[in-house]
Design a protein around this ligand. Structure first.
Ligand code: SAH
Ligand code: DHB
Ligand code: MG
Length: 222
């Protein structure tokens, strides 16, 4: 697969059915102006998040990894006015940029960003009785994807969806000798899913503007 072809197809999809509106475009521009890494989901992937969260009627959404709030805005748009999205972000300077973009998009009242490494901010959520969660998007530090999944599963309602980004990693997922701990974590994640009776899961490879990667989608059984 030629990367240029995949990128051209993404551009066609964006130009026809998945264009960013002003608020989404501004979120990407703000992130770029602040020199944040250009690793937000693509517009078609963001749209997929909106559609999935809408399809299951999500009212409570949990996100790991806010960055500039681009995926957050897509997800928040799926919520009813009294819905809630909690996004966990390690870097305060990223959270600040995201906050402004999320507010500008008009979904600020539905979104809270908690700053700090997610493994450190999760215990407080337990104490607050956060959940049950309808939709989880795991997109933070990839070595912790299995931990975030375990937490999300424990706090999900039957019928909830859990989506994890960046599991295919240019195909490294298929290589048992890949030394990258982030890849090892995705392989372990799949092995855990295989033995977890509480979910039905699959992984979809993606090509496009961000190269070869993919996401795992897990449905929590009732
Ligand atoms: N979901 C975003 C992209 C997230 S990029 C989008 O698609 O628009 C990954 C983010 O995870 C970065 O902002 C990074 O700072 C954050 N991150 C890294 N380690 C983290 C951790 N331990 N806890 C919470 N966030 C973390
Ligand atoms: C990276 C993180 C992401 O969430 C992503 O979608 C692509 C790349 C990264 O940390 O490099
Ligand atoms: Mg990602």
């Amino acid at each position: 697969m030629d990367d240029a072809i995949a990128t051209a197809v993404d551009e066609f999809i964006v130009a026809t059915i998945a264009a960013d509106d002003e608020a989404l475009g501004a979120a990407i521009e703000s992130a770029s102006a602040e020199d944040m890494p250009e690793i937000s989901v693509t517009p078609p992937q963001g749209r997929l998040l909106t559609l999935l969260a809408r399809a299951i009627g999500a009212r409570t959404i949990l996100e790991f990894g806010t960055l500039g709030g681009y995926s957050t805005i897509h997800l928040a748009r799926a919520l009813p006015a009294d819905g809630r999205l909690l996004s966990l972000e390690a870097k305060p300077e990223f959270a600040e940029v995201a906050r402004a973009s999320i507010d500008r998009a008009g979904v600020g009242e539905r979104v809270e960003i908690r700053v700090g490494p997610a493994l450190e901010t999760l215990p407080a959520l337990d104490e607050e009785g956060f959940g049950p969660v309808d939709f989880t998007f795991i997109d933070a530090d990839k070595i912790n994807t299995p931990h975030y999944f375990a937490w999300a599963l424990e706090h999900s309602r039957p019928g909830a969806l859990i989506v994890a980004d960046n599991v295919v990693r240019g195909g490294a997922l298929a290589d048992p000798h890949d030394p990258d701990p982030a890849t090892k974590a995705q392989r372990e994640f799949h092995e855990t899913l295989a033995e977890e009776p509480r979910v039905s899961a699959t992984t979809i490879q993606t090509v496009g503007a961000k190269g070869h990667d993919g996401f795992t989608l897990a449905l929590v059984e009732s």
